[in-house]
Each structure stands twice: as structure tokens, then as C-alpha cells.
Write a protein that binds this ligand. Sequence first.
Ligand SMILES: [Zn+2]
Length: 71
Amino acid sequence: MYFGACPICKKTDGCLNIGREHWFVCHEHKKRWCAGANLFSGWRDEDESVWQENAEQIKNYEEVDPIYDPS
Ligand SMILES: [Zn+2]
């Protein structure tokens, strides 16, 4: 829960990197929230085409405030 979860289902489908930004998503409810930038080193192994794909995938998702407490 450290990086938050979807406010509706309290879950996350994981993280997509767009450049050095880390976006967590819920695909079911089309929500996204930014966990920060340059927290994980993985983004360095990806390139522009991956980020573009990720950006495309979540561009219509609503940006929300995630929940951090599952109860
Ligand atoms: Zn959800």
C-alpha cells in the first residue's frame, strides 16, 4: 500500500513508467495516480517507445488521489 491503491477497489494493477515518472493504475476503474519520479531504477532500462505506449494506455484514465489505508 505504500504507493497507494485505487480508491474504489483498493487495489492496483501495478506501475507504468513514463520517462522517470511512475504511474500506478487500476485498469478496471481506469484510474491513475503518480507515485513520484525516479524512485525505481527500472525506467532507465526502458526507452521512449515503452513510455509512449504506457502514456497511450493510460491517457484516458482519470487522475485520482489514491488511498493508502486498506481498511
Ligand atoms: Zn479500481
